[in-house]
Write a protein that binds this ligand. Structure first.
Ligand code: ADE
Ligand code: ZN
Length: 322
């Protein structure tokens, strides 16, 4: 059985990271930007490790220069995602890549993305919401304008604030100001942690940034007390197994802690992160979870139920997608 048509909810994607290589190549050609070195001979994205992945990602982003580029990107992403049965998707969007943190520019980019989201809803039946994200390796000061953009545009499309990027740059507490600003605006919060930084980074993120969801969080697996705390506080993990395997955050699918975390009572969701970078789709993620851990339709329905409950959108949207 193919899992493609099973309705899916995905909470952890990066909009630029969902850009198909062909799409980025097209923009590069239009704008006469030479980024040929970020592609493999067979047309995929070429990177050696996580740090190099971030560089390649940013190089790809140099081709995304206007609100219209983001409108086209958003539509292309929604077409591909809807094909894999996703009915609701949250995606990280970064003021740093959309006008460099300037609020007026950000609003123009946002209008373009919202326009595409409305078209996706109407033509493809997929609901898209945005989570504004600070980029950790750009530093705490660069995250402040991102948080301001988030707080000023929190509403129907922008539903939360988060942080992605190089997890080993600084400590979570260094980014407290941005998270406090978003929290004071009433925004739900998530933060990448425990992709690289282990259990201590997850614990510190929960303590200092007081987020309700953690991006990845797999590093928690080494700390039974932390696992218990995460389960008890109903912190939701946005787990991206295919991403973890390709970036070598885990040794392979067999070693992925997702099943152990779930069986320990942690609220687990599954997402693709940056699907074309990792040669994955939501169908592939389900297929691999089925093959590796024997998860089946009932397990996937349970994952989706958890994801809907943890989604940052309003209750009317949740009722519609349930
Ligand atoms: N940005 C895009 N993908 C990411 C990942 N897997 N970890 C951190 N930052 C990211
Ligand atoms: Zn991510």
């Amino acid at each position: 059985m193919s899992f493609r048509t099973l309705p899916k909810v995905e909470l952890h994607t990066h909009l630029e990271g969902c850009a198909p290589p062909e799409f980025i190549k097209g923009l590069a050609a239009e704008k006469k930007i030479d980024i040929s070195k970020i592609f493999t001979a067979d047309g995929g994205y070429a990177f050696r490790d996580f740090d190099h992945f971030l560089k390649v990602y940013e190089a790809a982003c140099t081709t995304l220069q206007t609100p219209e580029d983001f409108r086209r990107l958003t539509l292309a992403v929604l077409e591909e995602t809807a094909f894999h049965g996703v009915v609701y998707m949250e995606t990280f969007v970064s003021p740093d890549f959309c006008g460099g943190g300037d609020l007026a520019a950000w609003k123009d980019y946002l209008a373009a993305m919202e326009d595409a989201a409305a078209e996706g809803q109407e033509k493809l039946g997929i609901t898209l919401k945005g989570i504004v994200t600070g980029i950790r390796h750009f530093g705490p000061d660069a995250c402040k304008p991102a948080a301001r953009c988030a707080a000023e545009t929190f509403g129907d499309f922008i539903v939360g604030y988060g942080m992605a990027g190089g997890e080993m740059v600084g400590r979570p507490g260094d980014y407290r100001y941005s998270f406090d600003m978003a929290r004071e605006a009433g925004m739900p919060l998530t933060c990448h942690a425990g992709e690289w930084g282990g259990a201590a980074m997850v614990a510190e993120t929960l303590r200092d940034l007081r987020v309700g969801r953690i991006g990845h969080g797999i590093g928690a697996i080494t700390d039974p007390a932390l696992i218990e705390e995460i389960a008890e506080k109903e912190i939701v993990l946005e787990v991206c197994p295919g991403s973890n395997v390709v970036l070598k955050a885990v040794k392979g699918w067999d070693n992925h802690p997702i099943a152990k975390l779930r069986d320990a009572g942690v609220k687990i969701t599954v997402s693709t992160d940056d699907p074309p970078f990792f040669h994955t789709t939501m169908t592939d993620e389900y297929e691999m979870l089925h093959r590796t851990f024997g998860w089946d339709e009932d397990d996937f329905k349970a994952l989706n139920k958890t994801a809907i409950a943890a989604a940052f959108c309003d209750d009317d949207t949740k009722t519609r997608i349930a």
